[in-house]
Structure formats: structure tokens, C-alpha cells
Design a protein around this ligand. Structure first.
Ligand SMILES: *[C@@H]1O[C@H](CO)[C@@H](O)[C@H](O)[C@H]1NC(C)=O
Ligand SMILES: *[C@@H]1O[C@H](CO)[C@@H](O)[C@H](O)[C@H]1NC(C)=O
Length: 243
């Protein structure tokens, strides 16, 4: 059983949608035999543009991404965690080379990871290496002012990481020898640690990306993305973000 809540500052859609095609949007055509390559490049361009943010449509930067609070409650399995992360900053989201390079914030944790009881609160950081994320999103079409837009209704994320370094300061209320040995143990066992955090991390990334994609696509007429878009048919889209 797991439960997760990401509190997230996304302004409501007060800004107007793009009336002309912005430079960062590459238009692809379904009828083009190179459609897959084209759309891969289009997605990368969009991520690059989301990095610094799009003030025209009131979108905050994706890199660095600020999240006020992530609450994690996970009841069974090797990870048994009741934790909150506050003032989280994620850097590297959206770059070509590395998708997420660092996550830092303050934590408040009571639980068990790899059968080790953990308790503490303090500053923490996580550094995934060579992280790749595959995003499968479902979109529906809808029309606004007689223009067809995409409604992103869900996002499913699969990710792989080549390594993970992490640090939790002030574990066990600052009993230094325990703090050092536990951090060393978690780093040495980064793979099972990251596997046990997978459901939590996937859900967090899904919620973040879904919020960003919904906001972007609600403000971007569909034909800017797909030149030969046929109005109002449902479709599935598989977007692979390779880094
Ligand atoms: C987008 O899809 C969701 C879920 O299917 C729906 O509740 C919402 O009304 C849709 N939004 C628009 C603008 O069509
Ligand atoms: C990351 O990927 C690069 C290139 O594929 C590789 O050389 C490097 O060893 C990898 N690093 C880790 C930590 O897996």
C-alpha cells in the first residue's frame, strides 16, 4: 500500500494560449514516414524549452523545479516509510544529457528501508546517475474556440538509473556514528534502495510531468504539433525521452 501526495504550485490557466506557433515547437505530420524521428526531436525541443519556463503561458521553470512538499506513506514491503520532503529542488530535469541530476530538500522520516529502522529529520540530497525516463501518456482531443487541443489525461513513467548517491543528514537525531554508517550502507546498496523507492519515485515523476504536460498542451493548439491532425479522434501517444 502506498500513498503519495505532491503539492505543487501550478497557476490556473489564466494565460491565453499560443496564437502563433512558438519557435520551440517542431511540427510533425502523421503522414510523414519519418514521423517517429520527428516527434522524438519535437519532444526534446519541448523539454528544452520547459527548462527555463514559459512565462508567456505562466509556466514555472522545470529546471530547477521547486516542489513545496512531497509526502510519502508506504506501508508494506522492504520499505516502510512515513516521510515528508519539504522545499524540494530538483535540478537537471529536462536537459539533454541528464534528466534528473539532483534532488535536495529537508526530510522528516520514520520508517524502514532494507530492514533498517530509520528515523530523523534534516537536510538531504539524492543524486541519480544516467537516469532515463520513458513516458507513456494518453491524450484526448477537445475543441476550444474551434481549435483542436490535446487533453493529456494520464502519464505513466518507467525509468532506469545507472547509479544513486544519497545523503540524509541528522539521521537518528545526529548520533554521528550511526548516521555515517547508515548513509554508507544505503549508498553501498543503492540498487535495492532505489528499487524499493521505485513506486514512490515513479508516481512523483508522473504527477510532475502530468501537471506540466496538461498545462502546456492546454495552451498549445494541436495543429502546431501535428500538422495533419484530424479533429476529435482519441489517440495514444508513446513519448520516449532518451537522455
Ligand atoms: C480532460 O480530460 C479529463 C479526464 O478525462 C476531463 O475530466 C476534463 O474535463 C477534460 N478537459 C477538457 C478541457 O476536455
Ligand atoms: C553513464 O553512462 C555513460 C555513457 O553511457 C557511462 O560511460 C558511465 O559509466 C555511466 N555512469 C554510471 C554511473 O552508470
Amino acid at each position: 500500500m502506498q500513498f503519495l501526495l505532491v503539492t505543487f504550485v501550478l497557476h490556473c490557466a489564466t494565460a491565453d494560449y499560443f496564437k502563433t506557433k512558438p519557435d520551440f515547437v517542431k511540427t510533425c505530420s502523421k503522414s510523414d514516414p519519418e514521423f517517429d524521428d520527428c516527434s522524438r526531436e519535437a519532444v526534446q525541443n519541448i523539454f528544452n524549452a520547459l527548462g527555463p519556463g514559459l512565462p508567456e503561458i505562466d509556466m514555472a521553470p522545470l529546471d530547477p523545479l521547486k516542489i513545496p512538499k512531497i509526502r510519502i506513506l508506504q506501508g508494506d514491503g522492504p520499505v516502510n516509510v512515513n516521510a515528508a520532503l519539504d522545499d524540494v529542488t530538483v535540478t537537471g530535469f529536462g536537459r539533454t544529457e541528464v534528466l534528473v541530476s539532483q534532488i535536495e530538500g529537508t526530510y522528516d522520516l520514520k520508517g524502514k528501508i532494507l530492514l533498517i529502522p530509520l528515523v530523523g529529520r534534516g537536510v538531504c540530497w539524492f543524486e541519480p546517475r544516467n537516469m532515463t525516463i520513458d513516458i507513456l501518456s494518453e491524450v484526448k482531443l477537445y475543441s476550444k474556440d474551434d481549435i483542436t487541443f490535446f487533453n493529456v489525461t494520464s502519464a505513466h513513467v518507467k525509468y532506469n538509473i545507472g547509479g544513486l548517491r544519497l545523503r540524509m543528514n541528522n539521521l537518528f537525531d545526529g548520533i554521528e556514528s550511526l548516521e555515517e554508517s547508515t548513509n554508507a550502507y544505503l549508498n553501498a546498496n543503492w540498487r535495492p534502495v532505489s528499487e524499493s523507492l521505485r513506486p514512490i519515485l515513479s508516481k512523483t515523476i508522473e504527477d510532475i510531468l502530468l501537471g506540466f504536460m496538461q498545462k502546456l498542451f492546454n495552451n498549445l493548439p494541436g495543429h502546431f504539433l501535428i500538422g495533419d491532425l484530424k479533429p476529435l479522434q482519441s489517440k495514444k501517444q508513446d513519448t520516449t525521452k532518451k537522455v
